[in-house]
Design a protein around this ligand. Structure first.
Ligand code: ATP
Ligand code: MG
Length: 163
């Protein structure tokens, strides 16, 4: 891993640009509210992979006309361990309660018949979890069938212009 200050707004903007055609095809509106001053000490490629996986899932598992967004807030501000909490949320098909505990396992996919059309392997989220942990962060999911899903990531915040 190559650790350096990574500006999150730029990172998300770039991913949105890449995913825009896929979102447009399904008339999915993508927004975010990431402030310019948020930085993470991390590996840019890996951080990109994290959000790329989560956001392509959000598009794949959201029906025509849905919404996908990323929100960010600082938690524990001014404390010892300041973190950024990202919420990647969609208004998609959701994940059944019984599947939630297994969603980050390798090769685990909900209802293979339903998700076959997306052609995935079930590795995306296991990779995401691994990469989040490499960055000393955590990830969890909240979801309701028919309403949507939120993936909540907490990663250490950095102050690149101090010292
Ligand atoms: P790939 O390896 O190409 O990413 P995948 O998308 O099937 O394949 P994961 O990204 O690991 O694999 O996701 C695992 C399963 O979790 C998916 O098959 C899908 O059933 C479910 N899932 C993931 N994200 C969402 C989401 N935002 N909304 C609803 N279900 C989701
Ligand atoms: Mg996936």
């Amino acid at each position: 891993l190559e650790y350096a200050p990574v500006q999150i707004k730029d990172l998300i903007d770039n991913i949105y640009e890449v995913l825009l055609p896929a979102a447009k095809k399904k008339s999915i509106v993508m927004t975010h509210d990431i402030p310019e001053h948020l930085f993470i000490e991390g590996d840019e490629d890996r951080l990109q992979q994290i959000f790329m996986n989560l956001l392509s899932n959000a598009i794949s598992y959201t029906q025509e006309g849905g919404r996908v967004r990323v929100d960010a807030e600082i938690i524990n501000e001014g404390g010892e361990e300041e973190q950024i909490r990202f919420t990647v949320s969609d208004t998609g098909i959701g994940i059944p309660k019984k599947d939630l505990p297994r969603i980050f396992e390798r090769f685990y996919r909900v209802d293979k018949a339903r998700s076959r059309s997306s052609g995935g392997t079930g590795l995306g989220l296991s990779i995401v979890k691994h990469l989040v942990e490499l960055h000393h962060g955590t990830i969890r999911v909240e979801s309701r069938v028919g309403e949507g899903s939120s993936f909540i990531l907490e990663l250490p915040l950095m102050h690149p212009f101090e010292n």
